[in-house]
Design a protein around this ligand. Structure first.
Ligand code: 1PZ
Length: 204
């Protein structure tokens, strides 16, 4: 167990590389079960970011758990959307489709965060995390949440502390972050296309 959990960043990257392979093969649809498993691997990052992001963790984890539950009866992401369309509950609070869209944003937030970390010189995560939040979530969050997130940014660990918790050095972390960035990009596009091709929108 300890061995398996020893390299969480690598485990995240590998999970998304597997999904990206499915996306690029175009022969099979992405299934809900491996997707939700990959998303649950991302949760370890919250533990590395400190208590300030506890509320983000609870929200993210509950949505991933909903998708994991859904995977017991729904096989693919596109059938998950189609079922909600049939039931006319796509945008309803707590629907699988709505949770999928929120979780997709979480994946995008991590992607932009990694891009910003790789592009930044310093040891602080505040600017990378602020840029990622501003780009991905802030347009969809109300004033109170944005203020709380902005306050939480001051409680982030340093980049060095984060890498230590992830059991990576600068060079190995760079490789895994790059791998996640390119793999998640195609998974994120795939999910957005699922919504857009059904004219469901992604800006809500
Ligand atoms: C260093 C990186 C700092 C991470 C900053 C994370 C910022 C996200 C803070 C979000 C607070 C979440 C509070 C709850 C928000 C909900 O209102 C919405 C809508 O949910 P719905 O109405 O559909 O039930 N939920 C979201 O927008 C999803 C939030 C997921 C946050 C995942 C962040 C992933 C980033 C991980 C970085 C480790």
């Amino acid at each position: 167990m300890a061995g398996e959990e020893g390299k969480p960043l690598r485990r995240i990257a590998e999970a998304f590389e597997g999904l990206a392979d499915t996306v690029s093969a175009k022969t099979a649809a992405v299934e809900v079960a491996p997707f939700s498993r990959a998303c649950s691997r991302v949760s370890v990052l919250f533990g590395c970011l400190g208590i300030a992001f506890k509320f983000a963790e609870m929200d993210y984890v509950s949505k991933v758990e909903d998708l994991s539950e859904a995977s017991k009866s729904i096989s693919t992401l596109h059938s998950l959307l189609d079922l909600d369309v049939e039931k006319n509950c796509v945008r309803q609070a707590g629907s699988h489709s709505r949770n999928l869209l929120r979780v997709k944003r979480g994946l995008d937030m991590v992607k932009v965060l990694f891009e910003q970390i790789l592009a930044s010189e310093g040891n602080s995560l505040k600017d990378p995390a602020s840029v990622a939040y501003a780009k991905v979530f802030a347009p969809h969050h109300g004033w109170a949440i944005r203020k709380a997130v902005a306050a939480g940014m001051y409680a982030l660990p340093t980049k060095a502390q984060l890498l230590k918790k992830l059991n990576e050095d600068e060079a190995s972390a760079k490789v895994q972050m790059q791998n996640y960035i390119s793999a998640s990009a195609s998974v994120i596009l795939y999910i957005e296309e699922l919504f857009l091709s059904r004219k469901l929108g992604i800006d809500w």
